[in-house]
Design a protein around this ligand. Structure first.
Ligand SMILES: O=c1ccc(O)c[nH]1
Ligand SMILES: [Fe+2]
Length: 352
């Protein structure tokens, strides 16, 4: 459904207030020609309504000859900010950056955060922003799940479809996303509501079986043909087999001619009850990056490729986000998700 400018501006006022924007703050809205003008206007207006000093930083779009499609998460790491220290300083000067371009998984984003500047990514269509408006309770639940995740040394996923995946934890931090950037140096994404970490280098092992209904981003497709089996050894996908969806995934990843694309990247689970598994099927591919799929309550989300977000060595541009249903997720053999339902910690659950 369409969302009016005044409703969207009110939602931005709510989220920027949660992000600690007030008369002591400056807000930089990072934009390009493809930014949603309703979002840019709402971010500026809401900042001024909260008494903050807002300004815009406009950059030309960045394209790369190997990038395909328009999804902003399909080609990551190299952005319009790469090699642009003046623009980076203009952003670091702000207390909060509202990113309507997508700096995620780029070294430049990490440099901005290290300066203490907060970043809030907002690129989904207004209907999704409105439907998944974040709350303090989202933060409470996602942060409750952080604790056992940070304490765990092993991560295991199983499913009736045949998934049996494990990895060691501890080398990389746990990243939470609850939809607002309220702490110094924090990155967050509105909409979201999930958490993840990365396997210790070389530790991811086993089999991930994408069953019918599991989602492939940025393809924005649901697996409908035969299941796709990924065989993983020493942190990398060694074989991809199944039917058409497997062939398509193999062909797409091979296009980048980069062995790092087969690395397992962030792994975690969804805690957003207002995100819907079905939402992706109601949008055209260019409408959104598909945050419903990444955040829906009880999913297991894994990804492939880069780990620059946590200072890792892989800056490969090919990034697949693959949310799965009906999985069971264990931290040191303690179940947090059982067959697609969140079971622990109790403080992270919602009453269904
Ligand atoms: O919010 C996001 C979006 C994409 C991604 O790869 C991670 N988190
Ligand atoms: Fe991802």
């Amino acid at each position: 459904m369409p969302v009016s400018q005044s409703e969207l501006t009110q939602h931005f006022e709510h989220v920027l207030k949660l992000s600690r924007v007030d008369e002591t703050q400056s807000v930089a809205v990072l934009k390009s020609h493809y930014s949603n003008p309703f979002i840019v206007t709402a971010a500026m207006e809401a900042s001024y309504r909260l008494g903050a000093k807002a300004y815009a930083v406009e950059l030309p779009a960045f394209n790369h000859r190997t990038a395909m499609g328009n999804d902003l998460t399909a080609y990551v790491g190299h952005t319009a900010l790469t090699g642009h220290p003046a623009a980076q300083q203009a952003l670091m000067a702000a207390d909060l950056v509202v990113d309507t371009m997508m700096l995620l998984h780029s070294p430049e984003q990490e440099a901005i955060l290290e300066s203490g500047t907060r970043i809030l990514l907002a690129v989904e269509p207004p209907e999704m922003l409105a439907r998944m408006l974040p709350s303090e309770d989202d933060k409470r639940r996602v942060e409750a799940a952080r604790q056992p995740f940070e304490a765990a040394e092993s991560f295991r996923v199983t499913s009736a479809a045949g998934t049996d995946f494990r990895a060691s934890l501890g080398q990389y931090p746990v990243v939470t996303e609850y939809g607002f950037a309220d702490e110094p140096g924090r990155w967050d994404h509105w909409p979201s509501g999930f958490l993840f970490s990365w396997p210790n280098e070389g530790s991811a092992e086993g089999k991930l079986v994408l069953d019918v209904g599991d989602i492939l981003l940025p393809f924005k497709t649901y697996v409908r043909d035969k299941p796709v089996t990924l065989e993983i050894e020493e942190g990398f996908i060694r074989r991809i087999h199944g039917g058409f969806d497997a062939e398509y995934l193999r062909e797409y990843m091979a296009h980048f001619k980069d062995p790092d694309v087969y690395a397992i990247s962030h792994i975690g689970w969804g805690l957003q009850p207002r995100a819907q598994w079905t939402a992706l099927g109601l949008h055209d591919k260019n409408d959104a990056i598909g945050m419903d799929a990444r955040a829906f309550y009880g999913n297991f989300l894994f990804s492939t490729g880069p780990n620059t977000e946590v200072g890792g060595p892989r800056n490969t541009p090919c990034h697949m986000d693959i949310p799965m249903r009906h999985c069971s997720v264990y931290l040191d053999d303690q179940a947090v998700v059982v067959e697609g339902d969140v079971v622990a910690p109790e403080a992270s659950r919602i009453e269904t």
